[in-house]
Structure formats: C-alpha cells, structure tokens
Write a protein of this length. Structure first.
Length: 315
C-alpha cells in the first residue's frame, strides 16, 4: 500500500448483526468517502425520521463505559464503534461513511475480523490528496488510580505497548508491544475477541449492558477457565483485544497518529482521555503531510481543511 496518499473504499458493502449491549438487530453499510472527509457515521432510523451525521472524533464521545459511544441519545448516537474504527485505522483507511440504522454497531464475532474481511471485499482506493498524520511532539500522560495511558513522540510510525492486570487467574497479567501496520494488524490483532467475566453477567444485565452477548461473540471467562468450547484464538487473546480497542479509540484523533502509545490497566475511558490531554495544548502535536508534498504544515495552516472547529460538536 502506498503511504503518501489518502485512502477510501472502492465500493460500498453492508453487514448486519446484533448489538452486544442492546441485543437489537442492526445493519450498517460502509461507503466510499471523498478525501479529507475522515470517518463519519450517518445515523438513520431515528424515531423523528431525521438522519444525523456524527464525526468519528474524540470530542464527540459521550460515553466510555464498556464501549465507546459518539453522539447523544436525544438527537442520535452510535455505540460500540471501537471495533470498526480499529479495523479502519489498522488497515489505513482515511475516509469512510458508515451508514447505520440503529444506535449500536453489530458485534459480529466480537473481533474486528469481519470488518477487515468486508473492507477486503470492497477494496481500497486511493484519493487524490496527500495523507496526513498527527505527530506527537511532547509526552502526555493521564492516570486514574493505578491505571495510566500516555502518548510519546517517536521518529516514525505508530507503536503500541499495552499491559493488562486482572485479578482473574484465567486472564492475569499480560503485556504486548507492536508497531502498527496493515500486515501486523491483520496477523496479530484483528481476530482477538472481546471478553467478559461470567461473574459480572447479572450486574451487566441489570445495568442494561451485554444483553446481546453470547459465546458466539464474546470470550466468557469463568473462575478457572474460558467457557467457550473452542478456547482462545491466541494464548494472549485478552491483551490483544485491549490493543484492538486502543487502536479503535485512538482513531478518534481524526487522523492517524505518529507516536508511541503506552497503557497499563487502560480501557475506553483512558484511551479517549489521553487524546483529550494531547489536544489540550497545541504545543503537544502538529499536523504533517506525506513527504511527497515536501513540506510540514502547522495545525493553524491546516485548521480549515481539517474542520477543527466542527470537531467540537457533532455535524
């Protein structure tokens, strides 16, 4: 894949399934989008009959409990966007319109693999515009109790280093680091499934979560073993899925990141929180374009093209 041009899909493609938390059926269609549009969700099927366009950006996040939600319930929201966002970011897709007829993305098999296969079926097209990145210039870090998440500058690429530490002996403590590329994403991350503790199921149900969870879309963790008869796809599938989620949440930066991400006992709230910390000070980052433009451009110069002001509220 050429890395100096923005990308989109060659054709539209649809998928359907149920929401892991709502349990309700939903259909999505991934559409090609013009250069510099980024990733947007077109929420249809609203009770008032009005469609709503929501930018996939951290400033539009309204909830991070057990999943990432953009928009708001009153005027339209889309929940559990992290797996699709992860697939798009992992495969280097810059522009895509996601049409969805319900309030929650389909969970499919609990991983990003079905989205990867859909993108492969549609094909990837190049846009006549240079690719852009958010370059991390200064370290930023957030901490909540023992958990932390941070972004640091690196010379090139995007590196993730994620560590989990669960009381459950089935999961335990695990750490994985990787340099992100479409090849490593496909091979090491896309197939890692979401997981949950059997002991927490009733509590989740009472809170309105996990109503669509099953052994078909979730790794169920018992007291001493994984409940799913097929077992794990990877020996360290739990930490790989946390990386998958982190990639999806960090895609809400609005552009690919050039930097290094490190987290310990993180999650959706920490992933989104570190983006908020990054964008809190313009000295922390810069927008850069592909080398074939032979120039590096400041955020102020690219502000209008990026729609920075629009990111502060849903479109």
């Amino acid at each position: 894949m050429r890395t100096n041009q923005q990308t989109t899909l060659k054709a539209s493609i649809s998928l359907s399934g149920i929401g892991v938390h709502s349990g309700n059926p939903v259909e999505i269609t991934l559409h090609p989008a013009p250069a510099n549009d980024g990733i947007c969700f077109l929420r249809t099927g609203m009770p008032n009959g009005n469609d709503r366009l929501i930018k996939a950006h951290h400033a539009c996040v309204s909830a991070t409990e057990l999943c990432t939600v953009i928009g708001d319930v009153e005027s339209g929201a889309v929940a559990t966007i992290e797996h699709l966002m992860s697939a798009l970011f992992g495969l280097g897709i810059d522009n895509c319109l996601v049409e969805i007829d319900g309030p929650e993305m389909p969970i499919l098999d609990g991983s990003a693999l079905p989205f990867v296969r859909a993108i492969d079926t549609a094909g990837i097209a190049y846009c006549a515009a240079p690719k852009r990145w958010i370059k991390v210039l200064r370290p930023v870090r957030i901490e909540v109790d023992r958990a932390f998440a941070e972004l640091r500058p690196i010379d090139r690429g995007f590196r993730l280093d994620v560590e989990i530490d669960f009381e459950s002996p089935v999961i335990g403590r695990s750490r994985k680091a990787m340099d992100l590329s479409p090849a490593t994403y496909r091979r090491e991350i896309a197939g890692a499934r979401t997981f949950g503790m059997m002991k927490d199921v009733e509590r989740y149900w009472k809170a309105g979560f996990a109503l669509g969870a099953s052994l078909e879309n979730t790794v169920a963790v018992g007291e001493t073993d994984v409940v799913n008869p097929e077992g794990l796809r990877f020996a360290d599938e739990f930490v790989r899925h946390k990386i998958l989620d982190a990639i999806g949440d960090l895609a809400l930066a609005g552009l690919p990141i050039q930097g290094a991400y490190r987290s310990y006992c993180g999650g959706h709230r920490m992933n989104v929180g570190v983006l908020t910390a990054l964008f809190a000070d313009r000295a922390n980052y810069r927008i850069i374009e592909a080398q074939n433009t032979r120039r590096e451009t400041s955020l102020v110069e690219l502000g209008a093209g990026l729609g920075i002001a629009a990111f502060a509220a849903d479109l």
